[in-house]
Design a binder for this molecule. Structure first.
Ligand code: NAD
Length: 340
């Protein structure tokens, strides 16, 4: 298939693109390039990389593609809090705009990178795809708005799917330090401590970035009727864990003791997710990573690639810091999240 991947130069994109290429698909990327240079090892190549804003895409840009994989977004809560209006503009309106343009261009498949965070404060029982949405942040709300805006476009010639990814972990050529497993492991490496920002009680579903790529590939290659206008929680039941369990695993593997940041309290983002549907509807999706293996992978790469505290806590690997750096340099307008 000929696939346009937007957001290809981010954390997931840098793992997903080679994965799709190895499966024989032709990839073209489209990215605003916010994190260009925020490298952790060699970058993927061998494909056309376009630079631009998804909000400016017109149908002609998408002609000739069999599928669009839509990753481009403000990818976490802290940036979402900076300016909720701009987050909705990219994550909700931008996503619906891309889906409309894809449909107008005759693209048949649209894979939207959604998030389990749309379940938000989920209560004690694991939530399946038909569960209620309770987003507790503008980021989570933006994913609900996007799915609800894209779904009415589904028809006989346009099949959107919504991959509600658990929180990702694992190494990537565009590493992120602001997601929990990576954060705890990187802090163990750079500080010699597993430093918890909350009291460790919240439940969080986790999935390795390569297994997210496996899910995208499985949806892309699935028969249309299996994925048409369908949502899938992407992860594994075994990897729905409390933050304190992750901290203990990191501590066991790295030897660094667990400590609590000043004022660490509970976290409103607390949810358990049910992953039965993806297993039963998409048997081709076979996740291969466990959280301990992911911790060992990051630990190894941190050593081999010389991870420093400055990089781990600064703009190179913390998305919010990079956005703030681009804004102070006059290269990004925070009100619109556009290049001035
Ligand atoms: N990483 C996770 O834990 C996780 C979990 C669930 C869902 N997701 C979703 O998966 C997607 C990718 O996440 P990620 O972790 O790779 O994030 P990331 O921040 O590393 O990458 C996002 C990419 O999108 C690009 N981008 C942002 N706005 C753009 C715009 N308006 N036009 C063009 N490009 C733009 C950025 O330059 C960046 O390269 C996002 O939609 C995110 O919400 C991520």
């Amino acid at each position: 298939m000929r696939v346009l991947v937007d957001g290809d130069r981010g954390y997931i994109g840098a793992v997903l693109v080679p994965f799709l290429q190895e499966a024989g698909h032709e990839v073209v990327g489209l990215d605003a390039g916010w994190y260009d240079g925020c490298d952790f090892g060699p970058q993927p190549g061998g494909y056309e990389q376009r630079t631009g804003d998804i909000r400016d895409v017109v149908p002609a840009d998408l002609e000739g593609f069999d599928a669009v994989v839509h990753l481009a977004a403000i990818s976490n809560d802290p940036i979402g809090h900076l300016n909720p209006g701009a987050t909705y503009s990219v994550n909700a309106e931008g996503a619906v705009h891309m889906a409309r343009a894809a449909k107008a261009a005759g693209v048949e498949r649209f894979l939207f990178s959604s998030s389990c965070s749309l379940y938000g404060a989920g209560g004690d029982a694991p939530v399946a795809e038909d569960g209620d949405f309770n987003p507790v942040t503008p980021y989570g709300e933006s994913k609900v708005m996007a799915e609800q805006g894209i779904s009415p476009l589904a028809d006989a010639s346009f099949s959107p799917s919504y991959l509600r990814n658990a929180t990702a972990y694992g190494s990537s050529p565009r590493l992120r330090a602001d997601i929990v497993v990576n954060n705890l492991t990187g802090t163990a490496f750079t500080q010699g401590q597993v430093r918890l920002q909350s009291d460790g009680s919240p439940w969080r579903p986790l999935v390795h970035v390569e297994d997210i790529s496996r899910a995208f590939l499985a949806v892309l290659e699935a028969p249309r009727e299996a994925v048409h206008d369908q949502a899938f929680n992407v992860g594994r039941d075994e990897d729905v864990v409390q933050i304190r369990t992750i901290a203990e695993q990191v501590s066991e593997i790295t030897g660094a003791p667990v400590s609590f940041a000043a004022g660490a309290g509970p976290d409103a983002r607390n949810y358990q997710v049910d992953f039965t549907k993806i297993r039963s509807v998409l048997p081709a999706f076979a996740p291969q990573w466990t959280v301990p293996d992911g911790i060992r992978e990051i630990w190894r790469d941190a050593g081999e690639r010389g991870l420093t505290t400055d990089d781990f806590e600064g703009p190179r690997f913390v998305r919010l810091r990079k956005i703030q750096e681009l804004a102070s340099a006059g290269r990004l307008d925070l009100a619109t999240l556009r290049t001035p």
